[in-house]
Design a binder for this molecule. Structure first.
Ligand code: PDD
Length: 287
């Protein structure tokens, strides 16, 4: 039974309880992070904590912990976790209060941290790529906040499950925003394209890693809006996230992407990503 952290206590997951008046439960009034852990090393911890701070600022909730406190709380969860490789899920809500949309006079944030079973995508998935569908992005205009109120993402993701696919790629006003739980890249004529960060997508930590690796590898790339026509005509489509790393989308709405197999630029990026991960595991890079 995993040990979790809840409001100052480490305890077995099954024993963890929150009051039903918690605003995370009533309103989805909270933010979260998912941080990969490889060989018990936290991947890009500081970037995740910076994004947590940005999310908290956006919802006007004071960070209940300093970066140093977060580091030791998270490190303890990693230490106690059964597996060497997993993820850490952390969530901060505005805490309990009367059921009123307006903030309570004094927020007492709820802090929850748990290990998350997480394995790198199976070799078959990396080698064959995954199927995806498209849908209209009908979410709100603050998709840059990593909010726990994920109902739109949940409904959009389920569309792909219903279609036997791995992800739903979202289009807003004719342009690609992101996936229901991932960021997206395309390759057209050898050029890697990524949508620019904006309020319409989550600023992914993996997205940043991929762009850094593209720079380091000399892969030609551009950050600019990607139209639906460009998506449909792309030679390669990739999705990135902390849980999926980098995966090729090889079928889109039932049609093959390029020749229907992960492309050469993907192969390069995937290899570079794995190398980089191993560097982190050996502790030779910033975490
Ligand atoms: N989701 N966009 C959305 C909507 C996401 O939910 C995620 C990640 C990403 C990728 O961000 P990152 O590279 O920092 O993981 C983009 C996490 C993994 C989740 O909700 O489980």
């Amino acid at each position: 039974m995993p040990t979790i952290y809840l409001n100052g206590q480490y305890l077995p997951l099954e024993e963890a309880r929150i009051p039903v008046m918690d605003r995370g439960f009533l309103f989805g009034d909270g933010v979260y992070e998912v941080i990969p852990v490889y060989s018990r090393r936290l991947f890009r911890l500081h970037e995740h904590l910076d994004r947590l701070q940005a999310s908290l600022d956006s919802i006007r909730l004071t960070n209940p912990h300093t970066a140093g406190e977060w580091e030791s709380l998270i490190a303890h969860i990693v230490e106690l976790a059964e597996s060497e490789d997993q993820g850490v899920y952390l969530q901060v809500t505005r805490g309990p209060g009367p059921r009123d949309h307006a903030f309570p006079q004094q927020a007492r944030p709820t802090v929850f941290i748990m290990p998350l079973a997480m394995t790198a995508p199976a070799r078959e998935l990396v080698e064959s790529g995954v199927a995806a569908i498209t849908a209209q992005d009908n979410r709100w205009l603050r998709c840059d906040i990593k909010a726990t109120s994920l109902l739109p993402n949940v409904l959009l993701r389920q569309l792909s499950v219903d279609a036997g696919s791995a992800e739903t790629l979202l289009l807003r006003d004719g342009f690609l925003s992101e996936g229901s739980a991932s960021n997206l890249f395309i390759v057209a004529d050898g050029l890697l394209l990524a949508p620019p960060k904006s309020n319409l997508m989550l600023p992914g930590i993996t997205y940043d890693v991929v762009l850094e690796l593209a720079r380091a590898q000399g892969i030609a790339h551009e950050i600019r809006p990607i139209s639906e026509a460009e998506l449909r005509g792309a030679d390669e489509v990739w999705l990135t996230s902390s849980t999926k790393e980098v995966l090729a989308v090889t079928t889109l709405d039932g049609q093959p992407v390029g020749d229907g197999r992960p492309g050469p630029v993907f192969q390069r990026m995937h290899a570079a990503y794995q190398d980089y991960k191993h560097t982190v595991m050996r502790g030779k890079d910033k975490q």
